[in-house]
Design a protein around this ligand. Structure first.
Ligand code: NDP
Length: 285
């Protein structure tokens, strides 16, 4: 017996396009919820070469897909190729989820934003300074999320000032009324020390990348350290912050949060929260 989007022929299909895509943990999350809810559906990894997204999109509705998610390097192409954008996707200039509508048109959504926010429910950042490390695609969702929590003084630390300028231009509408500090790494420590929340949205600290050059010793005692990297999920930054007794959140929390939003759209059902602990064990095995 199946539950879910009965307006679509079964099985309900969704997937992730990327290059490479084999490493992704997203299928594990969706398949876990599908099984738990008894939905006749699948979430598959689709290795799509750079430059091939338009051709992949052409077959999507015909193949019976309810939607797709995108990881590197396809997020930009997805933004450009969909027929409509949700307000969040438009505001962020980024699409990570594409929904096939009943009429076959494609809607671009950004689930990174609610995903980032999921572990921060009820946090009020009004009047607080926050520091975001990085200014790539994911940083857009992180910054917009922090604005949504009330932050109005946001320091953006990035290697290339051009990258910061481009990002801030893309999300300018989201930043109305915010005091933005554009900074390089030499200022990171001082800015982080004055911040209630520090989020890493760079690739630094990821497996195979250099470590993030930030000491936690001077952070506030009530600082929250959020590192959105998923591989490894316990980055050196998070380990150091936890050892100092600070509140921390990792990239798997965001990954599950963003998958939850996509799952609702693909399969028309609410992912059960009562399996979160079991899911986390699977994801960290
Ligand atoms: P982008 O490539 O768009 O951005 C990468 C960022 O990292 C840029 O700010 C870039 O700086 C910086 N960076 C890269 N290498 C270096 C370096 N050697 N020294 C200093 N800065 C560097 O990637 P995304 O924004 O898409 O992803 C960023 C991270 O977030 C990745 O680790 C990704 O896995 C993770 N992520 C996690 C998600 C989750 O659900 N948990 C969702 C999406 C992303 P510059 O502008 O100067 O190049």
């Amino acid at each position: 017996m199946s539950a879910g989007r009965q307006d679509r022929p079964l099985p309900l299909l969704a997937g992730l396009i990327g290059w490479p895509v084999a490493q992704s943990k997203s299928p594990l999350i969706h398949e876990f919820w599908l099984k738990r809810l008894g939905i006749d559906g699948h979430y598959v990894r689709l290795p799509v070469r750079p430059g091939e997204v338009a051709r992949a999109f052409k077959g999507m509705a015909a193949l019976g897909f309810t939607g797709l998610q995108a990881t590197m390097p396809h997020k930009r192409a997805c933004f450009d190729l969909v027929d409509h954008h949700t307000p969040a996707a438009k505001a962020l200039g980024a699409v990570n989820t594409v929904i096939v509508e009943d009429d076959g048109t494609l809607t671009g959504e950004n689930t990174d934003l609610p995903g980032f926010l999921e572990p921060l429910a009820n946090l009020d950042l009004s009047g607080e300074q926050v520091t975001v490390l990085g200014a790539g695609g994911a940083a857009a969702a992180v910054i917009a999320g922090l604005v949504g929590l009330g932050a109005r003084r946001i320091a953006v630390v990035n290697r290339s000032p051009e990258g910061t300028a481009r990002l801030l231009e893309d999300i300018a509408a989201t930043l109305t009324g915010c005091d933005i500090i554009e900074a390089g790494w030499s200022q990171a420590e001082a800015l982080a020390a004055g911040s209630r929340l520090i989020a890493n949205a760079t690739s630094l600290g990821m497996a195979g990348m250099p470590p993030l050059p930030l000491e936690v010793g001077s952070l506030r005692d009530d600082a929250i350290v959020y590192d959105i990297i998923t591989h490894p999920h316990q980055t050196p930054l998070l380990r150091a912050a936890a050892a100092r007794g600070l509140r921390t959140h990792d990239g798997l929390e965001m990954l599950v949060g963003q998958a939850r939003e996509a799952f609702r759209r693909f399969y028309g059902a609410e992912p059960p929260k009562d399996g979160d602990a079991e899911l986390r064990v699977l994801l960290t095995a």
